[in-house]
Design a protein around this ligand. Structure first.
Ligand code: NDP
Ligand code: 8X3
Length: 256
């Protein structure tokens, strides 16, 4: 399916997988609705997207944890941007790596509010229009962490297990419409993810990737675009991808 001129709404487009996904859709000639909290980073991604071939980009300064702001942002879209074809629910983060009984409540709130509630709010605001138009594709970012919980990561893993349930539930709830629902579940990808997890501790963040050639954000973006390009009757339900040095969320083969 050609993506030329399609409207693609990507949350968390200011960095990492979301930014790479914006550029990959730009190369397909899609129009991009980019959302995140850091407006200056979004502006950089927007200008790179235009260079890559996006015919138009509209950026939205948005915190997905604020359900009123999410609904307002969708309601206030200029008419030429209102008919969203593809939603990429990518905004997300991890905070901390602690035993559950020692975890920081604030870290838990941030992960649950962003990865679970934020994903729900954006879905709730965008999907009704897709149902009315009889056209749309929702692509959610899951993780190997949602399939298999790892030590000290219970809450992040729980948010990604919730993503799996929401993804599968939405697919059931739109059955009978032509809407498509896909979960793209990467393993380790080198982005700002670990810096955010460790609250800016770059040394600790770098150690995550010791002896590993992780996935790149571009690897993940390619799979997202591939799912979107399938013929209209084909629904890719779930794709898991990892570096060859990762078998699952617990098992890695690191170079000495
Ligand atoms: P990054 O930290 O590089 O990017 C995260 C993006 O999410 C940023 O653009 C950030 O923008 C945005 N974001 C975070 N919180 C909010 C919020 N409240 N409102 C709006 N936007 C927000 O991480 P990744 O690219 O790695 O992560 C993207 C997704 O992929 C996440 O859902 C993550 O769980 C998932 N994932 C990541 C993996 C990895 O190993 N990196 C593996 C598997 C899945 P800003 O700060 O400007 O708001
Ligand atoms: C991100 C991958 O293994 O760091 O979802 O949790 S992991």
């Amino acid at each position: 399916m050609s993506l030329r001129g399609k409207i693609v709404f990507i949350t968390g487009a200011s960095a990492g997988i979301g930014a790479a996904t914006a550029l990959a859709f730009a190369a397909e000639g899609a129009r991009l609705l980019l959302a995140a909290r850091r407006a200056s980073k979004l502006a950089e991604v927007a200008s790179r997207a235009i260079e890559r071939g996006a015919p138009a980009v509209h950026s939205i300064d948005l915190d997905v944890r604020d359900h009123r702001a999410v609904q307002q942002a969708v309601d206030d879209l200029p008419p030429e941007w209102a008919e969203i074809d593809i939603l990429v629910n990518n905004a997300g983060l991890s905070r901390g790596l602690d035993k559950l009984y020692m975890g920081k409540i604030q870290d838990w709130e941030e992960m649950i509010d962003t990865n679970v509630k934020g994903l729900l709010y954006v879905t709730r605001a965008v999907v009704p229009g897709m149902v009315v138009r009889g056209h749309g594709h929702v692509i959610n970012l899951g993780s190997t962490a949602g399939e298999l919980t790892y030590p000290n990561g219970a809450v992040y893993c729980a948010t990604k297990a919730a993503e799996k349930a929401i993804n599968d539930g939405l697919r059931q709830d739109v059955l009978g419409t032509p809407l498509r629902v896909t979960s793209v579940d990467p393993g380790m990808v080198e982005t700002e993810f670990s810096m955010v997890r460790f609250h800016g501790d770059s040394e600790r963040a770098a150690k995550v990737y010791n002896g590993i050639k992780p996935l790149t954000p571009e690897d993940v973006a390619e799979v997202i675009v591939w799912a979107a390009r399938q013929p209209a009757h084909v629904n890719i339900a779930r794709v898991q991808l990892t570096t060859v040095q990762q078998a699952n969320s617990l098992l890695f083969s690191r170079n000495e």
